[in-house]
Design a protein around this ligand. Structure first.
Ligand SMILES: Cc1ncc(COP(=O)(O)O)c(C=O)c1O
Length: 497
């Protein structure tokens, strides 16, 4: 649709006197056009003055609608040239059927009532992948290395001496021996301070954040996330209707601007041990600054410690929680990376003032179970199997990472930079700004290779850096070269386009 045709279409559908603010209606209609693909990436929106005349509304109303679309990343403004539709296709890796007409569905475009507004926002920024293992899936360990025999031995013992309570719903906070084992383990390995009563067992970090939002925040509260950040956390916040603000990161980690600091958030979500996805470690000075800021402004901090166990050289830094004297940090961890993601076992260590409420929230909201897995996990931890497994896979992953770096350098020399390769399960291959990293990922996916576009981790598309997030942990060493050769073919085609 060109600007003229769009203006005519809008004149047909735009209604005055519906009770909906005019700017909101215009924003909604335009957003609908973008989501439905009527307006392709790069299309110029009509000039605000002309559209205002065509629709008999004020120019300010049009500008307000354009501003909202810009803020949400659907369009971007180029000074002196106009407002252009952004490419949002990378945010839609899965095809979602348009919601079927339900009761109350209006016949007008953009008036579907099947999804809530936050549901619609979530659908337009999905990040999950239908495939979850193989080259170069980010964030997934080699699940085939899981020590099945040790697990089975403990598991079978529990089934033989079956205690009925293990097959019922979980008590609040989770299986008590696991809470104790986690408290001891996290104190020793991550300098996390917290008694067993402060540990809340969950089905992963996602659930920690979910219960924290529900119990400690209200819809519309401001939440700081790193820019870039893990899309899963961002989407959870969006789906709760939070006011999500992206805070830039530099080499020392999260670094809010003076302007941002003037408007304190309710919650700060941060990955201090290993920034996701860029890989930097938050400096001690920055840690102290953020703790002091949170203390002064009564903000909660959620420390997402998703993969700090995987450092290749040097010891992992102690947790942020261990430095917290104001009892504002909720530490969140998970066995998704250390053991396997399908286990869905995570934990929070919360300040004593809120731990019981979070534990009650988990019990009440999700009716958790999986006590058998929690009982096995408690022994698995106490007997040292988690630590020995990690020691073993750490060297395996280090070798895979080295192999991938060699493959990248053999192909690109120093032309493309590798970022964040000192720890974790992935590295980032930086690409020039003009490159469409989402397109590369789609093309690679068709050839059986998974990679994540770095741009998808940004809240604000105009700030997005380009690159590929490449997981190496779940790729056998001998598969790395051939897989990278396929990926390099796709990258080269895009670089030379
Ligand atoms: C930064 C970060 N936090 C949290 C998670 C999810 O953790 P869990 O599987 O425990 O919900 C991931 C998963 O990839 C992640 O990358």
């Amino acid at each position: 649709m060109n600007p003229r045709a769009l203006s005519e279409w809008l004149q047909q559908w735009f209604r005055k006197g519906t009770g909906e603010p005019a700017y909101r209606q215009l924003y909604r209609l335009l957003r609908q056009c973008i989501l439905e693909g009527r307006l392709h990436a790069g299309t110029r929106l009509p000039a605000s003055r002309e559209l205002a005349t065509d629709l008999s509304i004020s120019r300010n109303t049009v500008l307000q609608a354009y501003e909202q679309l810009t803020e949400e990343g659907y369009v971007s403004a180029a000074v002196g040239r106009g407002t252009f539709v952004e490419d949002i296709s990378h945010e839609l890796p899965v095809q979602i059927e348009p919601p079927s007409a339900g009761p109350g569905t209006d016949s007008e475009p953009g008036m579907s009532r099947s999804l809530s507004k936050r549901g619609e926002r979530l659908i337009t920024s999905l990040g999950y992948s239908e495939r979850q293992h193989g080259a170069f899936m980010a964030g997934v360990p080699d699940v085939t290395e899981f020590p099945v025999q040790q697990w089975l031995r403990i598991h079978n013992r529990h089934w033989r001496r079956l205690r009925p309570e293990l097959l019922s719903y979980a008590p609040s906070g989770g299986y008590p021996p696991l809470r104790q084992a986690l408290s001891d383990y996290l104190q020793a390995s991550r300098s996390v301070n917290g008694a067993a009563s402060q540990v809340v067992v969950t089905s992963g970090i996602h659930q920690v954040l979910d219960v924290v939002i529900r119990m400690l925040c209200d819809p519309g509260d401001r939440v700081w996330v790193e820019e870039p950040a893990y899309w899963g956390i961002r989407n959870l916040l969006i789906s709760h209707g939070m006011d999500v603000v992206g805070i830039p990161v530099d080499i020392e980690g999260m670094n809010p601007t003076t302007e941002q600091m003037r408007r304190p958030p309710r919650l700060i979500v941060v990955t201090p041990s290993h920034q996701y996805p860029l890989g930097m470690v938050m400096s001690l000075a920055r840690r102290r600054r953020i703790l002091e800021y949170a203390r002064q402004h009564h903000c909660w901090i959620l420390e997402d410690d998703y993969d700090s166990d995987f450092r290749y050289g040097g010891r992992p830094l102690p947790s942020l929680q261990g430095l917290d004297e104001a009892a504002l940090v909720i530490y969140a961890g998970s066995f998704s990376k250390t053991l396997y993601p399908g286990l869905r076992l995570g934990y929070a260590v919360a300040p004593a003032s809120v731990a019981p409420a979070l534990a009650a929230g988990v019990a009440e909201l999700y009716r958790e179970g999986q006590l058998m897995a929690q009982a096995v996990m408690a022994e698995f931890l106490r007997e040292g199997f988690v630590s020995s497994h990690m020691r073993r896979v750490r060297s395996l992953y280090a070798a895979r990472r080295d192999r991938l770096i060699v493959a990248v350098q053999a192909h690109y020399g120093s032309k493309l930079e590798i970022v964040g390769d000192k720890a974790g399960l992935h590295l980032v291959l930086a690409l020039p700004d003009h490159v469409d990293d989402a397109h590369i990922c789609r093309e690679a996916y068709l050839r059986g290779i998974m990679a994540r576009p770095l741009s998808m981790y940004y809240l604000r598309p105009e700030r997005a850096k380009k690159g590929l997030v490449l997981g190496y942990a779940c790729v056998r060493e001998d598969e790395i070269d051939p897989a990278f050769a396929i990926l390099a073919g796709v990258i080269d085609a895009e670089l030379n386009a």
